[in-house]
Design a protein around this ligand. Structure first.
Ligand SMILES: *Cc1c(COP(=O)(O)O)cnc(C)c1O
Length: 818
């Protein structure tokens, strides 16, 4: 499937001169003529897109300036959200919805012979993130503006961002994403907001006994701003992304001497910083470039925050009263040391006062407990790249450990767990501990995750600072994930329960009263059917597989990772396929299994799981004996835009991670809000979804987090589980022996052997429970009145998972701006 169709794929009717051009149509034509520089008769779809965006952007700018002025006038405290990822997706439909301009723009374009939906489709999807963490940052930006809170998002303007995924012969192929190929009409480059960012060099003492960093290398960070419009246009905030340039972009002397590579070497080196996002959530990236990226954007953002504070308030000591900085995971954790450097070395504060301000300013959000995903950096590399920061980290650590040692319970084990330096092998800097120490608030992203944070990775730091850890269960913006992606359901809800839910998503609870009305169920089901037909159409056009929109659409869409257990789903599909073929006479519920997701490029098993899904699909989809009962598709290039198509068309939402491993999940919330039933483990926010929709309206199976830990402690033997389950052992034998890979029968023998020997993610322990839950799903599907009653109760129950609610909690408890 192509994400950005070639221009020739999009045919728009010839523009006709408007009969009676609306004022808006005239403005769009003016943008096309004078800003894009195209004649109406020669304009291509991308020209119309640019002209439309520029015209809409004009509407935004007045509000943007008013928002900045009002925050300034009120001397308001600002929120700064630092994130290495912002998975923002397309922006046009978002802006039009939030400004209430959808109809007006559609009509204006129609009068020019241009179809709004067609140009919305060719807007590039800004994939500046891997998955949930980056999408959370994007939902948060939208909710901050919707709640009228003055806020900036800070990140990196990756030229290529997350890779584009193509599937060749079932294998993932990674291609650079060229989202900037046509430029980005949303953005404003701010040449005046530029900062020097240093690397390497040495630390020298000053006359006054202080220290000063003399970097060996510098690059320039320049701000590029994108406006973020809140719901009903109440406020427009700024997403500020940094680009890198060399201080000396062209060494003319070298150039004139004919050494072109040397002449451009600095430029190339600087531009590497903002080239791609490492899809490295599966393994520590380990690359120096990643640390350079983290410091680059942290330093630029901190310098910008401090510069703005001094300009408005003139006194660095009031920073924490006027700025709340949230660290989205540890990627920006070096900010703690960078702010200390700015306060101590540049603004001449005493260390203790600087530390007090730093802690009061920062909050830190943890997103994972997986040990291999907790960032640490080899100390020699850190010290070479950031020598002054290393000194400051030692000083912070000395203070931290002094405090820890004063506690009677702090034995050597506790002290070494609290330390900012991991001394267990090659010495490494622990970014999570640095973020914890440097923040006044440390939050988890779902209730279970927060409890496990206290018990596992941060047990000792939590004992030292028992007030610091708090929970903020994730949320999603209902504008993108209900109104924009599912206009038909939104229309039905408005007719049925009124408009209150548009401003307060919790008001979807009024639907519960209609859950058992046959008439309403029929309309709810008809909306789902139409969304499924639209998705089927899309899939037929892009991967040439025909799906029956009357079958159950069973969806697992998320990054491919062993802990998320796509493999459990595939193995169960193989068992089901076998069962259907053995018992064709049974009353099977027709199913379509839909998978989508990217695997980190260095993650071998995740890529093999994609290949397996495609191998199973090839075999199953070609089998005429199961034709109408089972289909499997892997839809390439999962991103926000694809999620917006699949989410409204899902009947069943697969949230089947090994309990204790998914911090929260947000895909689970999107799907439930759009009326999918969840089949899931008691993991992450699934637990809170169950609490909200009621245990009768969700399929929960498998080990709990505590049981997973218990089994592991007691010695887990997956081979025993396999021996006890005929279905599991048959399915695994089929996969391992090459039934689905006759061209390479041993392709999956290693993958299956890992399940027998180790099964780190306890697929085998949960398999039978999962299968039983799936058969309950089948039974429910065969009684439509009961199915739709539960589906409606999901939409009714999950309004609480709006990111407006989440952001209100951050604003009240962490940032103190509400
Ligand atoms: C919501 C979303 C995610 C997160 O999905 P999970 O199921 O919570 O892992 C990842 N990628 C995209 C594009 C999303 O929209």
């Amino acid at each position: 499937m192509q994400d950005h169709p070639a221009l020739s794929d999009v045919t728009l009717p010839d523009p006709k001169p408007p009969a009676a051009p609306t004022p808006l149509a005239e403005r769009i034509v003016a943008s096309l003529t004078y800003r894009v520089g195209k004649d109406v008769r020669a304009a291509r779809p991308h020209d119309w897109l640019a002209a439309t965006i520029l015209t809409v952007r004009d509407q935004i700018i007045d509000r943007w300036m008013a928002s900045t002025r009002s925050a300034h006038g009120a001397g308001a405290k600002r929120v700064y959200y630092l994130s290495l990822e912002f998975l923002i997706g397309r922006l046009l439909r978002d802006a039009l919805t939030n400004l209430g301009m959808n109809e007006e723009v559609r009509e204006a374009l129609a009068s020019l012979g241009v179809d709004l939906a067609a140009i919305e489709e060719i807007e590039p999807d800004a994939a500046l993130g891997n998955g949930g963490l980056g999408r959370l940052a994007a939902c948060f930006m939208e909710s901050l503006a919707s709640l009228d809170l003055p806020a900036y998002g800070y990140g990196i303007r990756y030229v290529n961002g997350m890779f584009r995924q193509r599937i060749d012969d079932g294998w993932q192929v990674e291609l650079p994403e060229t989202w900037l190929a046509h430029g980005d009409p949303w953005e404003f480059e701010r040449r005046e907001s530029s900062y020097h960012i240093g690397f390497g060099g040495e630390v020298v003492s000053t006359d006054t006994g202080g220290a000063k960093w003399r970097p060996a290398e510098r690059v320039i960070a320049t701000a590029v701003d994108t406006p973020v419009v809140g719901w009903r246009g109440v406020r427009v905030n700024t997403l500020r992304l940094w680009t890198a340039q060399a201080v000396d972009p062209l060494k003319l002397e070298a150039f004139n001497a004919g050494d072109y590579a040397a002449a451009l070497a600095d430029s190339n080196r600087a531009e590497q910083l903002t080239r791609v996002l490492y899809p490295a959530d599966a393994h520590p990236a380990g690359q120096e470039l990643r640390l350079r990226q983290e410091y680059f954007f942290s330093s630029a953002s901190l310098q910008d925050v401090v510069r703005r504070h001094m300009q408005y308030f003139g006194d660095i000591r009031t920073l924490a009263d006027k700025a709340a900085i949230q660290l989205n995971d540890t990627h920006p954790a070096v900010s703690v040391a960078e702010l200390m450097r700015l306060l101590v070395d540049v603004h001449d504060l005493e260390f203790d006062e600087a530390w007090r301000i730093t802690q009061a300013t920062f909050g830190y959000t943890n997103h994972t407990l997986l040990p291999e995903a907790l960032e640490t950096w080899p100390l020699p590399m850190f010290e070479r790249l950031l020598p002054r920061h290393m000194q400051l980290i030692y000083a912070i650590n000395a203070r931290l450990l002094r405090e820890a040692r004063s506690r009677p319970w702090a034995d050597d084990r506790a002290i070494s767990a609290i330390s900012l330096i991991d001394e267990s092998g090659e010495r490494r800097v622990r970014m999570a501990n640095l973020a914890f120490a440097g923040a006044h608030s440390v939050n988890g992203v779902a209730a279970l995750h927060t409890r496990l944070m206290k018990q596992t990775v941060f047990a000792d730091l939590h004992r030292l600072y028992p007030e610091r850890i708090n929970n903020k269960t994730n949320g999603i913006t209902p504008r993108r994930w209900l109104q924009q992606c599912n206009p038909a359901l939104t229309g039905l809800l408005r007719e049925t329960i009124g408009d209150a839910f548009l401003d307060r998503t919790e008001a979807t609870s009024a639907l519960e009263a209609h859950a058992d009305e046959g008439d309403f169920q029929a309309r709810f089901a008809a909306v789902k059917r139409a969304n499924k037909a639209a998705l089927s159409d899309h899939i037929r056009r892009h991967i040439a597989v025909r799906l029956d929109p009357d079958a159950m659409f069973d969806v697992q869409i998320k990054r491919i990772h062993e802990y998320k257990r796509q493999l459990l789903n595939i193995v169960e599909t193989v068992a089901l396929y076998d069962d259907i073929r053995s018992h064709p006479e049974r009353d099977w519920a027709p199913r379509v299994k839909i998978f989508a997701g990217k695997a980190a490029s260095s993650y071998h098993n995740a890529k093999l799981i994609i290949k397996l899904a495609n191998d199973v699909a090839r075999r199953v989809n070609a089998d005429t004996s199961t034709q109408d009962l089972l289909k499997l598709v892997f839809v390439p290039n999962y991103n926000v835009s694809l999620a917006e198509r699949i989410v409204p068309a899902a009947d069943l939402s697969e949230q089947i991670s090994t309990a204790g491993m998914e911090a929260s999940g947000t895909g689970n919330m999107k799907l439930a809000l759009n009326g999918a039933l969840t089949i899931g483990t008691l993991d992450g926010a699934n637990i809170e979804i169950r609490d909200r929709v009621g245990p009768d309206n969700i399929f929960i199976f498998g080990l709990t987090a505590d049981e997973v830990a218990g089994r592991r402690q007691a010695g887990y033997h997956p081979a025993d589980c396999i021996a006890q389950s005929r279905e599991l052992s048959q399915a695994l034998t089929a996969i391992a022996s090459g039934v689905f890979s006759p061209d390479d029968p041993a392709r999956y023998s290693g993958l299956v052997a890992e399940l027998y020997n180790d099964d780190r993610f306890m697929l085998c322990a949960d398999f039978d429970a999962y299968t039983r839950a799936q058969r309950e799903v089948d039974a429910l599907w065969r009684t439509p009145a009961a199915w739709w009653s539960k589906a409606i109760r999901n939409t009714a129950g999950v309004g609480w998972f709006s990111s407006d609610r989440t952001i209100s909690e951050y604003a009240r408890d962490i940032w103190e701006v509400m």
